[in-house]
Design a protein around this ligand. Structure first.
Ligand SMILES: [Zn+2]
Ligand SMILES: [Zn+2]
Length: 216
């Protein structure tokens, strides 16, 4: 299985890149992605990050991918072309504070990211709904249609336990790819994707419904 959302000391995680990979190997994952928060990087640190990941790609017995977690801001996703080109995938997540009752504002942010060609995956979609309120079914379908049109994937997050089952079912029905992620900030959390996997299977997901299934 896969864990495409893990953090290290390159952002707010406490483990080294190799610690995360070692835990993934121990848990017999097939695929691990390192996806540190983009706003921690300087150009120099980003180069060190990429070169470390490249080294472990060669040394590890499992598949290692270089990712990043970018932020969806009011004026767009904070990843540029040069950064995206050096990565295997880009997760875009909305981390901004939102007013209760304004799920529409959140969905607009998500739609912006779905139309950004540098973005591959939407991170922990809907984790803010308990605070800002749940959108209607039609609004959610609109989001999924946009993902379908732009070839984007949604993460099933074991940390936040999102998205909802019906949302994942709709993704699968429309051929929108999914990823599984622990959002680990400690090496021991890497590979804790049990919740995601259970929901994915409950929704009827098969291996080919996952992004990077060709690497599994
Ligand atoms: Zn996040
Ligand atoms: Zn994260």
């Amino acid at each position: 299985m896969m864990d495409l959302h893990t953090h290290t000391v390159f952002s707010d995680g406490i483990g080294q890149i190799y610690d995360n990979i070692a835990e993934a190997e121990r848990r017999m994952l097939k695929l691990i992605g390192i996806s540190d928060h983009i706003h921690y990087f300087t150009p120099g640190r980003f180069s060190a990050y990429i070169s470390q990941i490249e080294r472990f790609k060669k040394e590890s017995g499992i598949t290692v991918l270089a990712g990043i977690e970018a932020n969806i801001l009011a004026d767009g996703v904070d990843v540029d072309d040069a950064t995206a080109e050096r990565l295997d995938y880009v997760i875009a997540s909305a981390h901004v504070w939102l007013e209760p009752g304004r799920a529409d504002v959140y969905l607009e942010l998500i739609k912006t990211a779905l139309q950004d060609e540098r973005v591959d995956v939407i991170g922990h979609f809907g984790n803010v709904f308990p605070y800002i309120g749940y959108p209607g079914e039609e609004e959610l379908i609109e989001v999924i249609e946009l993902a379908e049109a732009n070839g984007k994937a949604f993460e099933i997050s074991s940390r936040y336990k999102v998205p909802e089952l019906d949302f994942v079912k709709s993704c699968i029905r429309r051929g929108v790819k999914l990823t599984l992620g622990s959002d680990a900030h400690m090496p021991k959390e890497v590979g804790r994707i049990g919740w995601s996997l259970k929901l994915f299977r409950k929704a009827g997901g098969k291996e080919e419904d996952l992004l990077f299934s060709e690497l599994l």
